[in-house]
Design a protein around this ligand. Structure first.
Ligand SMILES: CC(C)(COP(=O)(O)OP(=O)(O)OC[C@H]1O[C@@H](n2cnc3c(N)ncnc32)[C@H](O)[C@@H]1OP(=O)(O)O)[C@@H](O)C(=O)NCCC(=O)NCCS
Length: 157
């Protein structure tokens, strides 16, 4: 199904991604971050050891969701930085599919563990991570200024 194909972000996707980002988060990422990721074909090398990866789901220019994660080669560790689905496509399994995609990609890159932060009140996101086998391991007080972050972690088999 074309709508659920997962692929690297392209420049054509920027408006679509920014719209989802602004709707989804109280402190959305600036479009310039997505621009940098799109310019680098969705694989942005931060330094010799670290790469930030962004894949989107959907047709060119009409994205239904995206996932962004970081891989640290030497530590063999991953960090999911962003995950969002367009409001009209939520609760159709897309979030779960993109999360699985990022975890599988990390495993293919020999990453051994990963983590992420989520707002304490973000019930559906926490449900999604727990379904994927992730465990709440810590809390960062005031991480989102007015709200704590819960840290979810997973060690790959
Ligand atoms: C969190 C988010 C990515 C989930 O994406 P999604 O595509 O709606 O999630 P899925 O359809 O894959 O659902 C995953 C699970 O959550 C449940 N779920 C998700 N949203 C739901 C809703 N609104 N009502 C009922 N169940 C819901 C699904 O039933 C499913 O559970 P199950 O497997 O036990 O049946 C999406 O809600 C979103 O973009 N939220 C705003 C951005 C955000 O909070 N991102 C996470 C930052 S840490």
């Amino acid at each position: 199904m074309t709508h659920s194909k997962i692929r690297p972000i392209q420049l054509d996707d920027l408006d679509s991604v920014t719209e989802i980002e602004q709707y989804s988060f109280p402190n959305p990422w600036d479009q310039s971050i997505f621009f940098q990721l799109a310019l680098s074909g969705g694989r942005f090398p931060v330094d010799d050891d670290t790469v930030v990866i962004m894949d989107v789901m959907g047709k060119r220019g009409s994205v239904s969701g995206y996932v962004v994660w970081e891989e640290y080669g030497e530590d063999k560790h991953g960090h999911i930085l962003n995950l969002a689905v367009h409001s009209s496509h939520r609760n159709k399994g897309y979030g779960q599919k993109m999360l699985s995609h990022s975890l599988s990609s990390m495993k293919s890159s020999k990453i051994e563990s990963c983590e992420l932060e989520v707002r304490e009140s973000n019930h559906w996101a926490k449900h999604l991570y727990e379904n994927a086998g992730m465990t709440a391991v810590d809390r960062r007080v005031g991480y989102y200024e007015s709200e704590d972050a819960i840290i979810y972690a997973l060690t790959f088999d």
